[in-house]
Write a protein that binds this ligand. Structure first.
Ligand code: 4UW
Length: 595
C-alpha cells in the first residue's frame, strides 16, 4: 500500500469500545488505560527543546502540509529536496511530501554549495525544504543550478518564530524575503487518496549513493520497497515496546539508515524517538537520562569516543553507567568485535549489528541484542523477504563458509538508479540479483560477517565518500594531472579515511630530479615521508599536499576531506583500459604504514 497508509493505517475509531482487545484466558492483556497512555506518548521529541508531537499530530500535520503543497501547485511525482539536520520540521516535510505523492530527496546538512547544486540539479528538485541556517549555502548553489527553484518553493524548516525575528540578514538585502515557514503552508482538508497497486511501485524517496562505482546517483526507493522493509523489520528487528522503549536519534535522517531506522520503523511500531541535530557526547548523555532512552543507533566511531572522552566520565554514574539504555545497534561501517567488546566491558551494554545499503531500503541483515551477545562482530542473519547468494569471481556460489560477494534479491531492493540505466544494468546480475560490492562469509547457523569490499566506496564514520567524486574534483586542480583515491583505516577514529595519491604536473614540484627518483620506493612512487629526502624538498612537497587538502575543502563536506593525506607519486597504476588499480594503491598505503 501507500507508505503513508502503512504508517498511519486508516482505522476509523480509536475509542476503547471499538478497539479490539487481545484476550488470553479471559483476561485482556492490553488494558484501556495502557493503550490510551501509549497513544498519548510522543512519536518524536526534539531533544534540545523538549518539544514533542504525538503520532496523531504527526499524521495531521503531514496531511495539512500535503494539502498546502497542493495549493502551492506542487503535483504528484515532483521532487522535493529536504535539506537540514534532524528536527520535527524535517519529519513534517518528509511525511507531508509522502502524503502528497511528492518524491523526497533528502540532502545532508553538511553538504557544500557544490554538492548541494549537484544533487538539486541531478534530482530535478522543484522545491526545497531548508533549515534557515543553511540559506547562505543555498544562495551560493542557486546560480549553479540547471533548474532554478522559484522563491515561493523555498520553505523553511523551523518552527514559526515567536518574535519578529527577521530573515533579512540571511537573504539578499535587495530582495525582501518571501520564504514561508513550513507551518504557514499547512491547510485543511485532511485526506489523501490511496495509491493504485501500480502506483505502489512508484518512487517515494531519492537518496543518493555512489553504489559500486562512480559518482553519487539517486536511488529510487518505492513505497512497496519500504512497506516490505517495515513488515520485515517488525518480525526480525529488536523487539521494542511502545509503552516503555525510547530511541535516541542523532544519526542523520537524511541518510537511509536514519530515515528507515529512526523515522519510518519507530513510527510504524509506535516507539518514541528523541531527535538530536548532531552527535554531541554531553547532549547525548543528558538526553539518555532526561528522556529515559533505552535504545540507540550508532556508527562504530561513536563507541570509541564515548568511553574515552575525559570530561564525559564525570557525567557517568559508575553503578548505572548509561542507565536506562539497554541496547546499542551499530551499522553503516565495519565494526570490530574488539571495539564491541571494549564498549560492553565499560558499560555492560551489548553492541549488536545490522547491515544494509541505500539500494536495499536499507536493512538486509540484523541481530537482536540477545543474538549480539553470542555473535560479536557479525552483522546478523538475512532479514525475511530477502534471498542472498555469496558469489565468487566468475559468478558461481562459494562453498558454505567461504568468502564471496554478497548478492541480494527481494522486494526492498531499489527500482534502480535515477535517470541512469547504465548504472542500473551494471549493478543487477542475471536473474535480477543486486550485487552489493561487499565481501561476506556465512557461518553454519546463517550469521553473516562482512570481511572486505570490492567496490570503490569509502565509508567515513558511516557516511559515503565516493572516490570518483573526489578524483574528478582533484583533476580540476591546475597542478594535478592524475589521481587515485583509496580508504585507509584510522584506529584512533575507528573509521576509514580517504587518502589521495596524486601526480603533479611536471615542474610543479622538484620530483623529476634524478637524485630524488633514486630514493623513491619502487619504480613509481616517491614517498613524502622518505627520511632520506632533503629537508627542503620534503617541506615543499608537504606544503603543496596540504594546499591540495585545503583546496578540496571548499568543494566537499567534512566527511569527504582527505584526512588520510595526499601522497605525491610519479604515476597512478591503471589497467590497459584506464581503470585505476586500487589494489596497488592499497599496497602502497600498507607499505607506508610499515615505514
Ligand atoms: N559492516 C560493514 C556493517 C555495514 C557496512 C553497511 O550508505 P550506504 O548505502 O548505506 C548504509 C546503511 C546502513 C545500515 C542499514 C541498516 C542497518 O540496520 C544498519 O545498522 C544497524 C546500517 O550505510 O552504505 C552501504 C555500505 O556500507 C557498508 C557496506 O560497505 C555497504 O555496502 N556497511 N553496514 N554493519 N560495512
Amino acid at each position: 500500500c501507500h507508505l503513508f497508509h502503512y504508517l498511519f493505517p486508516p482505522t476509523p475509531s480509536l475509542s476503547s469500545q471499538d478497539t479490539p482487545q487481545v484476550v488470553i484466558d479471559g483476561q485482556s492483556i492490553v488494558d484501556d488505560k495502557e493503550k490510551k497512555s501509549v497513544e498519548e506518548r510522543p512519536a518524536f521529541i526534539d531533544g534540545l527543546t523538549g518539544r514533542r508531537v504525538t503520532k496523531k499530530q504527526v499524521q495531521k500535520q503531514a496531511l495539512q502540509l500535503a494539502n498546502g503543497l497542493r495549493q502551492l501547485g506542487v503535483r504528484k511525482g515532483e521532487i522535493a529536496a529536504v535539506y537540514g539536520t534532524n528536527s520535527l520540521e524535517w519529519v513534517n516535510a518528509t511525511l507531508g511530501c509522502l502524503a502528497a505523492g511528492v518524491i523526497v530527496s533528502p540532502i545532508s546538512h553538511a553538504f557544500t554549495a557544490h554538492e548541494l547544486a549537484h544533487q538539486l540539479t541531478d534530482s530535478l528538485a522543484s522545491l526545497i525544504f531548508i533549515q534557515p541556517s543553511l540559506l547562505p549555502t543555498l544562495y551560493e548553489a542557486l546560480p549553479l543550478l540547471a533548474n532554478p527553484i522559484p522563491t515561493d518553493r523555498i520553505i523553511l524548516l523551523a518552527p514559526l518564530p515567536t518574535t519578529s525575528y527577521a530573515m533579512t540578514h540571511l537573504t539578499d538585502p535587495s530582495t525582501p524575503p518571501t520564504y514561508k515557514y513550513i507551518s504557514q503552508l499547512w491547510s485543511t482538508p485532511l485526506e489523501i487518496s490511496p495509491l493504485s497497486p501500480t502506483e505502489e511501485l512508484s518512487t517515494a524517496f531519492l537518496c543518493y549513493s555512489s553504489g559500486t562505482t562512480g559518482h553519487p546517483k539517486g536511488v529510487e526507493t518505492s513505497h512497496h520497497n519500504l512497506t516490505s522493509q517495515l513488515q520485515a523489520l517488525q518480525v526480525a528487528y529488536e523487539p521494542l515496546d511502545p509503552s516503555h522503549d525510547v530511541i535516541l536519534g542523532f544519526l542523520p535522517l537524511a541518510h537511509i539508515y536514519g530515515l528507515t531506522c529512526l523515522l519510518l520503523h519507530p513510527l510504524s511500531i509506535g516507539v518514541p524517538v528523541v531527535l538530536l541535530p548532531k552527535y554531541d557526547e554531553r547532549v547525548l548523555l543528558r538526553s539518555i537520562k532526561e528522556f529515559s532512552c533505552t535504545w540507540c543507533l550508532v556508527v562504530p566511531p561513536v563507541l570509541l569516543f564515548l568511553p574515552i572522552h575525559p570530561t564525559i566520565s564525570l557525567l557517568i554514574d559508575p553503578s548505572h553507567p548509561l542507565y536506562p539504555l539497554r541496547g546499542v545497534l551499530s551499522g553503516a561501517a565495519p565494526l570490530s568485535a574488539e571495539l564491541a567488546k571494549k564498549f560492553h566491558a565499560k558499560f555492560g551494554i551489548t553492541v549488536t549489528q545490522g547491515y544494509g545499503l541505500t539500494e536495499t531500503s536499507p536493512v538486509t541483515h540484523v541481530m537482536t541484542a540477545e543474538e549480539g551477545r553470542e555473535k560479536l562482530g557479525k552483522i546478523g542473519k538475512l532479514l525475511p523477504t530477502y534471498e542472498a547468494r555469496v558469489v565468487a569471481t566468475g559468478g558461481l556460489d562459494v562453498l558454505q563458509g567461504d568468502e564471496g560477494e554478497l548478492w541480494l534479491r527481494g522486494p526492498s531492493v531499489m527500482r534502480g538508479y535515477w535517470k541512469d540505466d547504465k548504472a542500473t544494468r551494471g549493478t543487477f546480475g542475471i536473474g535480477g540479483w543486486y550485487k552489493t560490492g561487499d565481501v561476506v562469509k556465512m557461518d553454519k547457523e546463517g550469521y553473516f560477517e562482512v570481511v572486505d569490499r570490492v567496490k570503490e566506496l569509502i565509508k567515513y564514520k558511516g557516511l559515503q565518500v565516493p572516490p570518483a567524486q573526489l578524483e574528478s574534483l582533484l583533476l580540476l586542480h591546475p597542478d594535478i594531472i592524475d589521481v587515485g583515491i583509496i580508504p585507509i583505516y584510522s584506529p584512533t577514529r575507528a573509521s576509514e579515511i580517504p587518502r589521495a595519491y596524486v601526480v603533479p604536473k611536471p615542474g610543479v614540484l622538484p620530483l623529476r630530479d634524478q637524485s630524488i627518483l633514486n630514493k623513491s620506493l619502487g619504480d613509481h612512487m616517491t614517498l613524502i615521508h622518505n627520511p632520506a629526502m632533503e629537508a627542503k624538498i620534503v617541506a615543499e612537497v608537504k606544503k603543496w599536499s596540504e594546499g591540495i587538502q585545503s583546496w578540496i575543502k571548499s568543494y566537499v563536506s567534512p566527511s569527504r576531506y582527505l584526512r588520510g593525506g595526499v601522497g605525491v607519486v610519479e604515476k597512478i597504476p591503471r589497467t590497459a583500459s584506464g581503470k585505476i588499480l586500487r589494489k596497488e594503491l592499497r599496497k602502497w598505503a600498507e607499505e607506508e604504514e610499515k615505514e
